[in-house]
Ligand binder design. Sequence first.
Ligand SMILES: [Zn+2]
Length: 104
Amino acid sequence: MSDYIKRDDVIDILLSDKVDMSPAFVGVANVLGNLAQFEVYNDACDNHIDLVNKLPASNVVELKIGKWLQKQIRGDTYPVCSVCLSQAWDEENYCPNCGARMEE
Ligand SMILES: [Zn+2]
């Protein structure tokens, strides 16, 4: 079974891992003589982002998860899908209108 992950999530992680090259940081790194290694690290992060952006998209459907809400109609109570807000007759495991999987 394959695992599917969101491209934007991966890119956000890679971006957050980059070293913040603020002027103060660059000044300290220059004094310590290790600025080049941080630049190489950030370049590697950028290269990884480029590679992630080149990956082809997988053909998957995002799983919708909802729950049954209760709606009063003329004195009777009916289940309503929290995702699509359509009324159903019974609380099934899946919404018959949008296909959302219902949590208990
Ligand atoms: Zn629904």
